[in-house]
Every structure is written in structure tokens, then in C-alpha cells.
Design a protein around this ligand. Structure first.
Ligand code: SAJ
Length: 455
């Protein structure tokens, strides 16, 4: 290794390297805490003063990070935060954990990565290690970040070190957290890989070195495209089963008994979150730049993106059984977060379903214990506050639609108290004449044999 690399490696091993994390979101704050816990001094850098203030006061705003941990590390002088990038002058390593959203045109929005790299470049000094964690297309580290940093005149791999390491944070996962999820690391050069591996190895149990930044970038995209495509497959199967009077939920449960070569995915009202609906389009955008037509990704996006419309069709079918129209009906949406038992609504399909119903003249309310209020601009409607799912309240709705199957919902009460239910998550396991399910025949449908599926 070069003398500069040796020096940084020694500082990493002795925990005297001063680490920095740019972006204190659901990825950056847990990473800063793990680095501080590993014995480093960790400085969080975020433009959001509320986040900086919270860390400064020893408070966490990320459910997977306890305020007690933040306070302890803060008081031990091992964790602090600032919005001033000048602190980079005193830092030896920087992990960049900023968002990578899509533009309306489904093109990558690289503005967060670019501004973070430009801000770091202002204070870049010899011997630093810079690692990009944000999920992005293969080539970003080499083609976007490296030139921005080398504009300083310093050379990547020689004067400073550069790597990519995908984040694998699964918000709310009680088993897998930052310290025990294997970390893929790909450096620009061998020294870069070794240094990034040593930094993460101090805080994370398993390091998975790969040969380049592009491989590391592609690993993450495979992981999440795999999910998007398989969810698209099972959603298409649900649409088939709707037509063929087969219960797709029973099919998946039975297929799941295969002990090898199969992984269960479940139909749903669409694809939410800030990873799965978005990451594959970073890959397809880059593939197209290379003249390749990524059909699987586009097809999965089409099918998953169409699910809210199928849910609205199912609601119309259910109301029709009561000789009612969507227009003028009172509809309660049960669960609007993008997946169960969390409060995040980013890209939630519930918002699409509500927007479509609103456009057809339905009067809407929602219940979600994790989301107390909803801005009209988030669903192309009006501001709302969550209602309680009490039995008396249920009776006032023409239809109750289960979009997100939070564990805290009382599904027996929903069945007993509702005139009509549309279930998009197989939350109600037993057949009922007033319950219509996505991907399963109605109990009274011609030739329907609806099993009681327990999953
Ligand atoms: N969904 C389905 N059917 C499924 C699985 C998910 O419709 O079988 C829907 C969910 O309801 C949600 C969306 O897809 O709307 C995404 O769900 P997700 O389970 O993939 O959850 P995310 O978005 O939190 O994904 C994260 C990812 N983690 C990272 O990107 C670091 C993903 O790689 C994880 O595999 C996933 O959590 C997880 O396993 O929970």
C-alpha cells in the first residue's frame, strides 16, 4: 500500500481516524452510530438543521436508532453533527448516504450525490477515504463522483481513496441491522478496497469485497430489481387468478412449501417505498445509455404501476354487488403506509388508489395508526386526519379497503362491522360474502372454491 494508505489504515485500526457521514437519514444515522460505537469519532453532516439539532441534543428521529444510544455516544464525545461541510477539513473518512430519487420522467435525479460530492471536494485533503453508499446506476462512482473530487487536483487512488458500498438497511427489521448485514465493498483500486473494507470491518460483522465500484453498484441494483420483478410476476399471477377463479394466495402458500428454488412474494395494491419502485429504473436508464433494452424492469414497472387501477376495479366490482357506484360512495382506506407496521408513505400505492377513487367521485377517509395525518398534495386530494377503526365508525362506510395490513388492525372487527370489504393483502383469511379479495374469486363466484388460507 502507498504511505498515505498505510497511514489511514493505521488510523482506522487504532480508531483514531475521524469519520464523517453525509446524510443523516435512515441509512446515515445508523451508520454514524455504528462507527461511533466501534470507537471512532463520528461526525454527521446534514443540511437539515432539525436532524443536526436532534443529534446535538442526543435524540434519535430514526426508529431503528435509540435516543439513549445517541445520547450516550454524544456524551462520550464520539458522536456529533453539523450542517457545515468545512468540518471535512478535519475528517479522514466520509460515507455519503444521500437520497437518489427519480425525476418525473423516471430518469435518475443525481442532484443530491453531485451536491454532496461538490461540498466534500471543497475540503478534500490528501489521505482521505470517500465511500458512496447511495443506491445508483453502475458507473456513478467512477463517472460522476471521481471527477468532482479530482477537480481539486487530487488523484483518486493516489492522493485520496474512493469506493462504493451499497446500503442494505431494511427499516424496522428487528433481526437485521447495520452491524449484522454483510457489507459489499468495491474500491477504485486495491488500496481503496482495503481501506473501505477496514473501515466497515470495524463496525460490521461481515465484509464482502468485490473487484470494482461498478460491481458493487450493480449488486444493489440486482437485489432490488429481483424484488421488483418478482413482485410484478406475482401481481400478474393475481390478475390471472382473478380471471380464472383461482385463489392466488393459496397458490403462493402451497408453492412456498417447496424447500428449494422458490421464494415467496405476494400480490398487493402496488409497489411503495423509496427503494424497490425506484432503484430498478436507475439500472434501466443506464442500460439504455449502453444501447440495451431492459424489458423485465420496464414490464415489472408497468404491472406494478397498474395495480392501483386493478384495486379500484375490484372496489367498483364490490360496490356493484350492492348496486352502488364509486361515485358518491363513502370509502374508508385501511392502512396508507407503503408496507405494514411502518409510518413511511413514500410512493405508497394507497395514495394512488385514493387519487383514483377521488377522481371518480368517492368520498374518502383513512385509518392508519402510524400515519396521523395526510396532506392533500400527497394524494391529489384534500388534507385528512386518520380516523379510528372503531366498529361503530365502520358502519358509516359503503366500503372498507385494506391497502396496508398493519398488524394492529382488528380484522375480525372490520369483517363484523363493515358492510363491504375489499382486501388487497389477504389480511382476512376466511371467505365472507361481503369480502372481495385481490387475486381470489368471490365466495359466490361461479365454480369458486375458496380455501381458508392461513399465512
Ligand atoms: N411488496 C409486495 N409484495 C411482496 C413484497 C413487497 O407487494 O411480496 C410491496 C410492499 O408492500 C411495498 C413494496 O413492495 O409497498 C416494497 O416492499 P419491500 O418489502 O421491498 O420493502 P422496502 O421497500 O422497505 O425494501 C427494503 C429493501 N432494503 C433495501 O433496499 C436496503 C429491500 O432490499 C429489502 O429486501 C426489503 O426492505 C425487505 O426485505 O423488507
Amino acid at each position: 500500500m502507498s504511505p498515505l494508505a498505510d497511514r489511514l489504515l493505521e488510523r482506522i485500526h487504532s480508531r483514531t481516524a475521524r469519520t464523517g457521514v453525509v446524510g443523516l437519514g435512515y441509512v446515515g444515522l445508523p451508520l454514524a452510530v455504528e462507527l461511533a460505537r466501534a470507537g471512532f469519532h463520528a461526525t454527521g453532516i446534514d443540511l437539515d438543521e432539525r436532524k443536526v439539532q436532534a443529534v446535538t441534543e442526543g435524540r434519535s428521529y430514526i426508529p431503528d436508532v435509540s435516543s439513549a444510544d445517541v445520547m450516550t455516544l454524544k456524551q462520550a464525545g464520539r458522536l456529533d453533527a453539523t450542517s457545515d461541510f468545512a468540518v471535512v477539513k478535519e475528517l479522514d473518512t466520509i460515507n455519503i448516504c444521500v437520497p437518489t430519487p427519480l425525476r418525473k420522467t423516471k430518469d435518475p435525479d443525481m442532484s443530491y450525490i453531485v451536491s454532496a460530492a461538490e461540498a466534500v471536494a471543497k475540503y478534500l485533503h490528501p489521505g482521505m477515504l470517500i465511500v458512496l453508499e447511495s443506491t445508483t446506476y453502475p458507473g456513478t462512482t467512477d463517472e460522476v463522483v471521481q471527477p468532482l473530487l479530482e477537480a481539486t487536483g487530487l488523484k483518486a487512488g493516489v492522493d485520496f481513496f474512493l469506493a462504493f458500498s451499497p446500503e442494505r438497511v431494511d427499516p424496522g427489521n428487528p433481526t437485521f441491522q447495520t452491524h449484522n448485514v454483510p457489507k459489499v465493498v468495491g474500491g477504485l483500486t486495491a488500496d481503496c478496497s482495503k481501506l473501505a473494507g477496514a473501515l466497515y470491518g470495524s463496525a460490521i460483522q461481515t465484509i464482502v469485497p468485490v473487484s470494482s465500484t461498478r460491481v458493487a453498484e450493480m449488486v444493489k441494483l440486482l437485489e432490488n430489481t429481483f424484488r421488483a420483478v418478482n413482485i410484478g410476476l406475482v401481481n400478474e399471477l393475481a390478475l390471472m387468478c382473478d380471471r380464472m377463479n383461482i385463489d392466488v394466495w393459496e397458490v403462493v402458500e402451497a408453492a412456498k412449501t417447496k424447500p428449494f428454488g422458490f421464494m415467496a412474494f405476494y400480490p398487493g395494491p402496488g409497489l411503495g417505498g423509496h427503494c424497490i419502485p425506484i432503484d430498478p429504473f436507475y439500472l434501466s436508464w443506464k442500460a439504455k445509455q449502453s444501447g440495451f433494452d431492459p424489458r423485465f424492469i420496464e414490464l415489472a414497472g408497468y404491472i406494478n404501476g397498474g395495480m392501483p387501477h386493478h384495486v379500484v376495479d375490484k372496489i367498483a366490482e364490490a360496490l356493484n354487488a350492492r348496486r352502488k357506484s364509486v361515485n358518491g360512495s363513502n370509502i374508508l382506506i385501511a392502512g396508507i403506509a407503503y408496507k405494514r407496521d411502518i409510518d413511511d408513505m413514500r410512493e405508497s400505492p394507497a395514495l394512488d388508489v385514493m387519487g383514483l377513487l377521488h377522481g371518480k367521485g368517492a368520498k374518502l377517509a383513512y385509518a392508519d395508526p402510524h400515519v396521523p395525518e395526510l396532506q392533500g398534495r400527497d394524494w391529489s386530494g384534500y388534507d385528512m386526519r386518520a380516523v379510528d377503526l372503531t366498529r361503530s365508525a365502520l358502519g358509516q362506510y359503503d366500503c372498507v379497503v385494506i391497502i396496508t395490513d398493519h398488524k394492529t388492525f382488528d380484522y375480525d372487527a372490520i369483517v363484523a362491522g363493515s358492510d363491504l370489504v375489499v382486501d388487497t393483502r389477504n389480511a382476512i383469511k376466511k371467505p365472507h360474502a361481503h369480502v372481495f379479495r385481490l387475486g381470489a374469486p368471490h365466495p359466490d363466484a361461479e365454480g369458486a372454491h375458496v380455501a381458508t388460507v392461513s399465512s
